[in-house]
Design a protein around this ligand. Structure first.
Ligand code: GLU
Length: 496
């Protein structure tokens, strides 16, 4: 039996919630659920200059929409709060001081000008730029005096100068870094705010985090984070640096510009956009679950319950995942068909409302079964079924005239159709369809020609959900009205 995991999702509210953050949160959530542990949301907002207005809200909305409700964190509280790093400033200062006392950190009084000079010199010497160690050996007593005198300072980690640091990533295995390649990173800035490196390690310890999933962009500072844990004598969490996402072509990572540009093609890597585009959270979850994890070589349809049941760390993989929107469409279709009529019907309503329709719920439930099979996104349903809620439709005259028919012939057929409709005592599809097929035979035409006129007349479009089922939902009165309107349009065409 695995231990109960405490897994945290620790986003910085500096940008929009995208697939990468959603995947990290999903794996945290799955592990916590699977092991009956806790999923913790921690807002890492120490870099206040980069904090983006509304980003925290978008993150929380995104998590909730995806079904990733956190057990501890902002809004819900918990025993290890506060869960927003700007509210923990004093805790970090206290631990930074402790590190200085442990001789694993030092106060640094180097001015920006001096640091720049050192840097320029290193660049000139073709060395890797790094802190040159000037303040490493200033005693605490001297540092305290200078601080009391008001001298500006930061606190830096005292990285060992020699030897190597071995770290273990659960998925990637052991990695070794030469300590001389590691910089004395800043832990606390001159304004007294801790940087992410210190804050995250202190919080992971105090919040009793057992597993850290994060993006592989954190691999370069991985040894430093491990060293900070070790300097305090703390047990490290299990680390997993997840694979990177590549462009759909599989060639390289996406630029910010490319990320933003997807929306032009009705695609996006941002969670809120995917929601607005009509993707189901179930499909997005299924899709991203497989971008760094797999159950076996063939299974691909997973609900959240399946994932909780099947998720395990040993099936994670480090190979970069190309973003495949075709796959997302595929999963969306599968999950749309997996919904009950009632559920799907409820989810369609907001898309109709967004386009100005006021969909009657009982009609919506009748429409849903006839469009469920063909939907790729929820959003498409409006184009496909908006005509149900229109008072009138506006058929294009050219579309009312089937191939190989003149306007006059179409006009005559339309009148024949109207006669059948008028004499029918019901528009129930199982009654009306045979009657229309009889008409097709009588006129010696192709079903597509007669049904084509009828479809365009009633739905306003050459593509629609199944025609006879649709007419049944629209009702006889409106069907007749629309047919008469189509005849009028064809009549005007002829008299021109
Ligand atoms: N705040 C960091 C980020 O948003 C978190 C990295 C981590 O999980 O340690 O990328």
């Amino acid at each position: 039996m695995e231990i109960s995991a405490r897994a945290r999702f620790a986003p910085s509210p500096t940008g929009r919630m995208h697939l990468g953050s959603a995947r990290t949160a999903l794996y945290d959530f799955l592990l916590a659920q699977k092991t009956k542990g806790q999923f913790i949301l921690r807002i890492e907002d120490t870099d206040q200059k980069r904090t983006l207005e509304g980003a925290e809200q978008e993150l929380k909305d995104g998590l909730r929409w995806l079904g990733l409700q956190w057990d501890e964190g902002p809004d819900v509280g918990g025993d290890f709060g506060p869960y927003r790093q700007t509210e923990r400033k004093d805790i970090y200062l206290q631990y930074a001081r402790k590190l200085v006392e442990l001789d694993s950190a030092f106060y640094c009084f180097c001015t920006p000008e001096k640091l720049k000079k050192v840097r320029d010199q290193q660049i000139e010497n073709k060395e890797n730029t790094h802190y040159d160690g000037t303040c490493r050996n200033i005693s605490i007593a001297e540092a305290d005096r200078r601080i009391a005198d008001g001298e500006t300072h930061v606190i830096r980690f005292k990285t060992p100068n020699e030897g190597q640091t071995r770290v273990v990533d659960q998925m990637r295995g052991e990695m070794t870094f030469d300590n001389k390649t590691l910089d004395d990173i800043i832990l606390v800035k001159s304004d007294g705010f801790a940087l992410y490196h210190l804050a995250a390690v202190v919080d992971d310890h105090l919040m009793k985090i057992t597993h850290v999933f994060r993006g592989s962009e954190w691999l370069p500072t991985f040894p430093l984070h491990a060293l900070i844990h070790r300097a305090f004598g703390w047990k490290e969490p299990v680390w997993v640096h997840l694979s990177v996402f590549l462009k759909p072509s599989g060639k390289g990572k996406m630029s910010k510009r490319e990320q933003a540009d997807f929306i032009k093609d009705g695609k996006s890597i941002f969670i809120k956009d995917l929601r607005d585009l009509g993707y189901l959270p179930e499909a997005v979850i299924n899709w991203i679950s497989l971008m760094g994890w797999s159950y076996d070589s063939h299974s691909e349809f997973f609900t959240m319950d399946d994932l909780i049941d099947k998720f395990s760390l040993d099936k994670l993989n480090a190979s970069p995942a190309a973003i495949n929107f075709t796959k997302l469409d595929h999963f969306n279709g599968l999950h749309i068909r997996n919904l009950t009529i009632q559920d799907l019907s409820h989810r369609l309503v907001p898309f109709f409302e967004a386009k100005g329709y006021k969909p009657d719920p009982s009609i919506m439930e009748k429409i849903t079964p006839i469009i469920q099979e063909r939907l790729v996104t929820l959003d498409e349903s409006v184009g496909l079924a908006g005509f149900f809620f229109e008072e009138n439709v506006a058929p294009d005259v050219q579309e009312l005239i089937p191939n190989k028919m003149s306007a006059g012939e179409a006009y005559a057929v339309a009148n024949d159709i109207l006669m059948v409709l008028e004499s029918a005592n019901t528009v129930a599809h199982e009654v009306l369809e045979p009657q229309m097929r009889e008409l097709v035979e009588k006129l010696n035409l192709k079903p597509g020609q007669v049904f084509g006129i009828l479809r365009v007349a009633v739905t306003g479009s050459i593509v629609s959900p199944p025609l006879f089922e649709s007419m049944e939902i629209i009702g006889k009165e409106k069907v007749l009205e629309r047919m008469k309107n189509a005849i009028k349009i064809l009549g005007q065409m002829i008299s021109k």
